[in-house]
Design a protein around this ligand. Structure first.
Ligand code: NI
Ligand code: MN
Length: 229
């Protein structure tokens, strides 16, 4: 079974695990790093790591058009319901939810989560997405934290980590995160979108190869990584 992971720039990802499509942190229309429009995105699940605009921007419109079920923390799902999103599943840190493609577990993140209109967006999180035997870890927006070691008690096939610095961990801390997580593949996220979070991603990839056992996979916006299993 193979599994595709497409990056749309910033922290927006799509997992294709036929016949299911999962979108993480949909930010299309106002994402300067993304050429796709929200109207063109198909999915049956949407995962939201936290309430910030650059993560929830197109969640309501995509959820209403596609009928996708939105998984997010309880405060964010309350906010979505008030905007007419019918299919939501409120979760919280440490909780798992069984889906049609496998399961989703909400992991901690060190970050904030206020929604775009100022509504309390609960706490920020990340996700471990299990599809078949494969486990993908989306760290979300976060600082480095040593409990990443606990998230990796079950082996992680693919880790998606922020490297942009300023709002999240940067390159140096992401290398420490990779040492804790020991994923087979690591994909950088949340960088390059705007000048304050531009990073030298080739330098990052060199450090990953030199200092960790993971294989760095650097995508351009719109490109897809296939995990063969
Ligand atoms: Ni954020
Ligand atoms: Mn962000």
């Amino acid at each position: 079974m193979s599994l595709q992971l497409t990056w749309f720039g910033h922290a927006t990802w799509q997992i294709q695990a036929a016949p299911h499509w999962i979108v993480v942190d949909p930010f299309f229309e106002e994402n300067p790093a993304c050429a796709r429009s929200a109207d063109s995105i198909e999915c049956d699940y949407i995962l939201l790591t936290h309430g910030h605009f650059d993560h929830v921007a197109d969640a309501v419109t995509i959820a209403k058009r596609t009928g996708a079920e939105v998984l997010a923390n309880y405060e964010i799902t309350n906010w979505l319901r008030k905007q007419g999103v019918a299919s939501v599943m409120g979760m919280n840190l440490g909780g798992s939810f069984r889906t049609k493609f496998g399961s989703v577990k909400m992991t901690p993140a060190l970050h904030s989560s206020m929604l775009p209109d100022g509504t309390d967006g609960g706490v920020a999180g990340g996700f471990v997405v299990e599809v078949g035997q494969s486990r993908i870890y989306f760290a979300g927006d976060t600082a480095l934290f040593s409990d990443m070691r606990l998230i990796a008690r079950k082996p992680i096939d693919v880790a998606v980590l922020p490297i942009g610095d300023l709002f999240t961990m940067g390159i140096e801390d992401s290398i420490e995160a990779i040492k804790l997580l020991e994923p087979e593949y690591v994909l950088p996220s949340h960088y390059g979108t705007w000048p304050p979070i531009v990073q030298d991603v080739e330098h990052w990839a060199q450090l990953v190869r030199a200092e960790t056992s993971a294989v760095p996979v650097v995508l351009k916006s719109g490109e897809t990584f296939t995990l063969e299993r």
